[in-house]
Design a protein around this ligand. Structure first.
Ligand SMILES: Nc1nc2c(ncn2[C@@H]2O[C@H](COP(=O)(O)OP(=O)(O)OP(=O)(O)O)[C@@H](O)[C@H]2O)c(=O)[nH]1
Ligand SMILES: [Mg+2]
Length: 604
């Protein structure tokens, strides 16, 4: 489609080199350009491997890594989301819910797997008693060098419901997902439902039909056709989604014994090839476009600052001073506007928190009503308190898993909507600052097409929220046993209701607390960034005039060469800006073929 390729990192380096002896505010812009360039080489794409328990997710990952790094097994194994990231030497980092971090440097693959086993498996860490929030494994592996973080997730739909919650909570963090189903047993209702959930949050999906070694070769085609039909008809799968039939177990074995034929026969090579191609093109394209847009906005600022200096160097000193005084008058108005913007933001933050509280209260009442109904049904069916408790615990878990997902989505969308308004206002104010400076000095001004938009960082929200709690028996009163039957039953109902209240409140508080933190944090970062952007544009405009003025006063004889240098810088910047907008419009092209992304640095 597009035949020109671009070397975005080089363009950014060029832009930085254009500005000799930058002022403080220009230096800030240069730092930003630099970190944009760095993002091109270090930003990672998050690809999660998802699926029902025991479908071979972890085996698929091991096969992708070409070694048995992660623990696998016949009972539900993976209990904690595990992030695999590129590095030169192997290292494990365990982050606890408390924020505490522990690091390990195992010397062999076996040692690595053993250490992992103690943290990420259900057997060694049942119901996550260790309170591990996430585990990061840094290791050298070819696929990871394409700039991807692979995520192993707990299986959904097993009796370990907390695992379903942990897997769901990770969905918002995924750029793409690999859904692993198996040839035997064939696809289940749970998987179809899961697919529907994944489709709502994850933009790109790849399906793996694993364990094809368990069915006869002549039945494989049939299995794949059945799967596709089920996923498309019942799970709403986009028919264009690729499906790979393979045996991860055979692929892993073959990889470990360097058996090229065995690897080819496993069907795994096609998946690998697809992933590499996908990562090399898709990821690059999106990232490049975003970086080019941001860089263009920064370069427009540099251009304006350079224009201001040029003009200021040419104006008679007195005239310049007068214009600066006019600008300072205007700056007072900007400051008032900034204050107003901050006040509006604070107001919106408060409203968002109040809304959250109201919703939490509503959810609490809803949970309470559902559980009370469940309790009465259980009692009517003659269940004893232990059985009733079990049933209710299951309801609690399902309810809050679902509530968590909904709240994350709803609050996230709401914050985005609110901040978009503030973003637009901030953009207008910043444009006004620049426009004012440009008008004052009679230099051309073009507002950049898009601003440096605030990127809501995806927090690992689930870390604190994914915990759901069981119903805990309140110790019975000493004489309960001797009560007559109807009274005993009433008493039991009363007690269970108290337990329900306790567990609902505990869960609700967890959920509310985590959401609140996230909301507060997003507003805080947004506000800080807004302040900084405004301060920066003031410094860049006012600062440029000030700098020129000082130069005029101190060494008036050196002004001519300075003008010449600035002229040169300006035309180079204009060229770069032109290339960038051009590139952005033409949808940046990734390097031809399957060139590897530059090797990322060793640090996370
Ligand atoms: N026959 C066959 N067995 C496989 C294949 N892939 C995985 N298995 C087996 O399936 C079982 C489960 O594999 P895991 O990789 O632990 O599955 P998982 O989906 O990660 O399981 P959880 O983490 O518990 O959800 C293990 O006994 C594997 O050896 C395959 O391609 N063929
Ligand atoms: Mg697993």
């Amino acid at each position: 489609m597009h035949d020109h390729t671009c070397d975005l990192p080089r363009i950014l380096t060029d832009a930085v080199a254009c500005v000799a002896s930058p002022s403080a505010s220009q230096a800030k812009i240069l730092t930003r350009l630099d970190s944009l360039r760095e993002r091109l080489t270090t930003e990672r794409f998050q690809l999660a491997v998802l699926g029902q328990f025991k479908r071979g997710k972890t085996t698929v990952l091991n096969a992708l890594l070409g070694q048995s790094v992660l623990p696998i097994g016949v009972v539900p194994v993976t209990a904690i989301p595990t992030f695999l990231e590129p590095a030169a030497t192997s290292r494990i980092r365990v982050t606890y819910a408390s924020g505490k971090v522990e690091a390990f440097e195992p010397k062999s693959t076996e040692a690595l797997r053993e250490t992992l086993t103690t943290f990420v498996t259900e057997e060694a860490n049942p119901r996550n008693v260790l309170n591990v929030a996430r585990v990061d494994v840094f290791l050298p592996a070819e696929l990871l060098e394409y700039g991807v973080v692979l995520i192993d997730t707990p299986g959904v739909g097993s009796t370990h419901r907390h695992q379903t919650a942990a897997a769901d909570a990770i969905l918002p963090e995924c750029d793409a997902a690999l859904l692993v189903v198996s040839a035997d047993p064939p696809i289940t209702e749970i998987e179809i439902e899961y697919l529907a959930r994944i489709r709502q949050t994850v933009a790109r999906l790849i399906i793996v039909l694993n364990k094809i070694d368990m069915i006869e070769p002549h039945e494989r085609e049939k299995a794949a056709t059945f799967l596709r039909k089920a996923l498309v008809d019942h799970g709403g799968l986009d028919p264009a989604t690729p499906i790979f039939s393979l045996s991860a177990r055979d692929a892993l074995r073959a990889a470990e014994s360097a058996d090229a034929n065995g690897f080819a026969a496993s069907g795994f090579a096609e998946l690998e090839k697809h992933l590499i191609q996908f990562l090399a093109t898709e990821k690059r394209e999106k990232l490049n476009a975003a970086v080019a847009r941001k860089a263009a906005a920064l370069i427009a600022q540099l251009e304006l600052a350079t224009e201001i200096v040029l003009k200021s160097l040419r104006l008679p000193v007195e005239d310049l001073e007068q214009r600066m005084a006019t600008f300072d008058e205007a700056a007072k108005r900007f400051e008032v506007e900034r204050q107003n913007a901050n006040d509006f933001l604070a107001g919106d933050r408060l409203r968002a928190l109040q809304k959250l509280d109201a919703e939490a209260e509503q959810l609490r009442a809803e949970a309470r009503a559902i559980l009370e109904r469940g309790l009465d049904q259980a009692l009517a069916a003659g269940k004893n308190s232990d059985d009733a408790r079990k049933l209710l615990t299951a309801t609690v878990v399902t309810f809050f898993d679902d509530a968590l997902r909904k709240v994350i989505r709803k609050v996230g969308a709401r914050i985005e909507e609110v901040l978009r308004v503030h973003q637009r206002r901030a953009d207008e104010l910043i444009t006004l600052v620049r426009q004012t400076a440009a008008n004052l000095l009679e230099i051309p001004f073009h507002a950049p097409e898009s601003s440096e938009a605030f990127e809501a960082k995806r927090e690992p929200f689930w870390v604190t929220a994914a915990r759901t709690a069981e119903l805990n028996p309140i110790p019975p009163g000493a004489f309960d046993r001797f009560l007559p039957a109807p009274m005993h039953k009433r008493r039991m109902r009363q007690r269970l209701l108290e337990e329900i209240d306790a567990v609902v409140i505990r869960n609700m508080e967890n959920l509310r607390w985590a959401t609140r933190q996230n909301l507060e944090d997003t507003f805080r970062r947004f506000g800080a960034e807004l302040d900084e952007r405004l301060a920066m544009s003031l410094a860049a405009t006012r600062g440029a005039m000030q700098k020129a003025l000082e130069q005029r006063k101190q060494h008036s004889e050196q002004v001519d060469p300075e003008i010449a240098t600035k002229h040169k810088a300006l035309s180079r910047l204009a060229e770069i800006a032109e290339t960038l907008t051009h590139q952005d419009k033409a949808r940046l092209q990734s390097p031809a073929g399957l060139q590897k992304a530059p090797l990322p640095g060793l640090e996370e």
